[in-house]
Structures are given as structure tokens and as C-alpha cells.
Design a protein around this ligand. Structure first.
Ligand code: UTP
Length: 277
């Protein structure tokens, strides 16, 4: 039912400088795959076939990654190295990619609004590729199932230590089914003492298209940026926004600790898979 997935990928990735000086953060690899490819694969698994990517200056490598490299194909076709291209070939054949630029970095809400021309008037998913998720059933698939039932905007949440609430959007709500909350309040990066709970929003959203008009009228909030959390709170007050505790593990690959943790996790997993062969 949800066909399109938006990837806001215009941020500067300053925490990874100097690596991100000329390489987009979304192209940093965990093992051999760039972060954004994990996100695209999760979207494909959830049945989506149209990837819309919001980029900025210096992000051309993302476009090149999801395109055919004729020179490379020519060089390794028929050799023992060809299997290395299997996964990316499969991704490219299963979906289309379109791009738009966020001209100024005015926050995640603004980045999502920049993607409106690629999305149009339909519900869509949003993936922040630096939140890398590993789950038996992909987090977007879990959210799509919930969307089928409720047809409203949905955010993925997880419990975080109270002292970390100032790194996330934090929700408060009524639990309507086990692990599913109807959002009553939402605050961007609250001080632990002001946080309405320890339920933090992670980088997976399903948004109904009325969110674009709401973002258009959303004033800059925390940090002078247009926050998606502020727009979602308006949507929650007008109608309904749900938050779902997903099954699986999330790694904050926008931070060095999270990135190293993800690398170790996927390395151990791949070694285990290899030893079973
Ligand atoms: P972050 O704040 O985590 O990413 O934004 P960043 O700014 O690239 O990282 P640091 O803090 O400088 O190290 C979360 C996501 O939202 C996107 C980013 O690309 C990232 O995927 N984003 C954020 C935009 O696309 N545009 C914005 O104006 C802000």
C-alpha cells in the first residue's frame, strides 16, 4: 500500500568529519554496504519500489551508487568477483530512484518538505539511514502492517535511558495495544528532567501527505530548525498519530559508538552465517 520511501540525506554528518568532508555520511559502510543501501533494502522488503532521496551539495556518490557502473560491470563480468555485485544489482533492478536537493539545511521537517515533489499526495515512509536497524521482520514492514489497520502517521520508538532523552524526539501517549501508543505529546530533544517519558523516536516514519501542509506552517523550533516532531504533534492533535515499539535492534550510526557497535554486530552475524554454510 505504501510505495514510496523518502530518505532525507542532506545533513553534513559533522560528527564523522573528516570522513564526511567529501563522502556523504549515508555512504559510510558497515562491512561492505553503505548505510543507505541497508535502508533501501528495508524499504524494498516492506514492498516499496520508489525511493526518493533528498540530497545536498557533495552527495553525488549516492546517485552513482544506485546506478549501473558500466566500466565496473565490464571489468568483472564473468570473473570470480562478479558475486560482489549481486546485492546492489538486485536493489537497482527492484526500484526506481529520484533525487531532489534541500538547498538550505533547515532541519529534518524542512528536508521532508523538500521531498514533496517526489512524493505527491500519498502516504509514504521516511528512513534516516544513519539509524541502522536489524530485525527478523524489517521495521518498515512492521510499521506498514500497522498502517494497513490504522491509516495514519506512525513513528517507530524505543526506550532509551532517561539521561539520553536530549538526543531524541520524545513522545507521551496512551498504550492502545501492547507496544502501540496514541501520541498525546511530543517534545524535541527535551532535557531529561522535562522529558514526558523515555520513549524516543528513531529514524523510521510513515507519514500521511497532509503532513506537508502542516510542515509549511510549522515555525522553526529547537535549534532554529523546522522539526518534524513539531509538525507531527499538530497532526496528532488534529487526528491521530501512533508510535510503535518495534521488534529488533537499532544502531545510531550517526555516532561513532553506534557505528562501531553496528559494525561488530553485523560482522559477528556474517561470521555466524558463514560458519553455517
Ligand atoms: P542528523 O542531525 O543526525 O544528521 O540528522 P547530520 O546533521 O548529518 O549529523 P551531524 O549531527 O552533523 O553529525 C538526521 C537525519 O536528517 C537528515 C540528515 O541527513 C540525517 O539523515 N537531515 C537533517 C537533512 O536531510 N536535512 C537537515 O536539514 C537536517
Amino acid at each position: 500500500m505504501i510505495r514510496k520511501c523518502l530518505f532525507p540525506a542532506a545533513g553534513y554528518g559533522t560528527r564523522f568529519l573528516p570522513a564526511t568532508k567529501a563522502t556523504p555520511k549515508e555512504m559510510l559502510p558497515v562491512l561492505t554496504k553503505p548505510l543507505i543501501q541497508y535502508g533501501v533494502e528495508e524499504a524494498i522488503e516492506a514492498g516499496m519500489n520508489t525511493m526518493a532521496i533528498v540530497t545536498g551539495r557533495g552527495k553525488r556518490a549516492i546517485e552513482d551508487h544506485f546506478d549501473i557502473s558500466y566500466e565496473l560491470e565490464h571489468q568483472i563480468k564473468g570473473t570470480s568477483k562478479e558475486p560482489y555485485l549481486t546485492e546492489i544489482r538486485a536493489v537497482i533492478s527492484k526500484c526506481t530512484f529520484s533525487y531532489t536537493r534541500q538547498v538550505e539545511m533547515k532541519g529534518l521537517g524542512h528536508a521532508i518538505l523538500s521531498g514533496e515533489t517526489l512524493i505527491g499526495n500519498e502516504s509514504f515512509a521516511v528512513v534516516l539511514a544513519d539509524d541502522l536497524c536489524d530485525a527478523k521482520k524489517g521495521v518498515l514492514s512492521q510499521m506498514c502492517e500497522l498502517y494497513k489497520k490504522y491509516q495514519c502517521s506512525i513513528v517507530a520508538i524505543e526506550e532509551v535511558p532517561k539521561e539520553d532523552t536530549n538526543k531524541y524526539g520524545v513522545i507521551a501517549g496512551n498504550e492502545i495495544e501492547p507496544g502501540i501508543f496514541m501520541i498525546k505529546d511530543m517534545v524535541e530533544k527535551p532535557d531529561p528532567k522535562d522529558a514526558p517519558s523515555n520513549l524516543a523516536i528513531i529514524g523510521r516514519y510513515i507519514l500521511t501527505p497532509d503532513i506537508f501542509d502542516i510542515i509549511r506552517t510549522t515555525k522553526p523550533g529547537k535549534g532554529g530548525e523546522i522539526q518534524i516532531t513539531d509538525a507531527l504533534l499538530v497532526q496528532a492533535k488534529k487526528g491521530m498519530v501512533l508510535a510503535v515499539k518495534f521488534d529488533g535492534k537499532r544502531f545510531d550510526c550517526g555516532s561513532i559508538d553506534g557505528f562501531v557497535e553496528a559494525t561488530n554486530h553485523f560482522y559477528t552475524k556474517s561470521k555466524k552465517a558463514e560458519s553455517k554454510k
